[in-house]
Design a protein around this ligand. Structure first.
Ligand code: GAR
Length: 189
């Protein structure tokens, strides 16, 4: 039996798509059973629909964080989800939600954590004149972009890079890193 994974997105959903594509391999230990978005018109939802994956979309606007997260928790439980993967989910989760899923929520962040938590990582890396950048998959805790690191991928930063070039180089690594880190985590349990 493959482990049941629910993915939370807010936008493009390319990391979610990489998890879905990897999950189709017969030796992949997980399957993506649900895609949830806090942005009802997130482009990633179309990919989920085209792949026959159940979706749930609900805007968080006007709701208290803890109320919103409790609805999401219910939707995940109704689908018998065992692991939650954040894939470009641009919202902080309530400590209550994180506690309920402790050790079973993972996130991908476009930086070599613990450096460059938060948003606009590629621009900040360029501004700082770094020569290395990358992506991190980690267990989610109540602190933003914190929690035990599961895997990292490094890329070089070239003097000619702009944000788009650097983001594209990192994203190629994200799409390899996330499916592998997810599979490793599930296999360890
Ligand atoms: C990815 O680069 C992901 O690492 C980043 O947002 C992008 C989402 O792209 N996540 C964060 O910044 C979370 N702090 P995607 O929607 O195509 O997967």
């Amino acid at each position: 039996m493959k482990a049941r994974v629910g993915v939370l997105i807010s936008g493009r959903g390319s990391n979610m798509a990489s998890l879905v594509e990897a999950s189709h391999a017969s030796d992949c230990p997980y399957e993506i059973v649900l895609v949830i978005s806090n942005v009802p018109d997130a482009p990633g939802l179309a990919f989920a629909a085209a792949n026959g994956i159940p979706q749930f979309a609900l805007s968080h606007k006007g709701m208290k964080r803890v109320e919103y997260d409790s609805i999401i928790d219910g939707v995940l439980r109704d689908a018998n989800v065992e692991y939650v993967a954040l894939a470009g989910y641009m919202r902080l989760l309530s400590p209550e939600f994180v506690a309920k899923w402790a050790g079973r929520i993972v996130n991908i962040h476009p930086a070599l954590l613990p450096a460059y938590k938060g948003v606009d990582t590629h621009q900040r890396v360029l501004d700082a004149g770094e020569t290395k950048h990358g992506a991190t998959v980690h267990i989610v805790t109540a602190e933003l972009d914190d929690g035990p690191i599961l895997a990292q991928a490094e890329v070089p930063v070239f003097p000619s890079d702009d944000v788009d070039a650097l983001a594209a180089r990192v994203l190629i690594e994200e799409h390899k890193l996330y499916p592998k880190a997810m599979a490793d985590l599930v296999r360890r349990r």
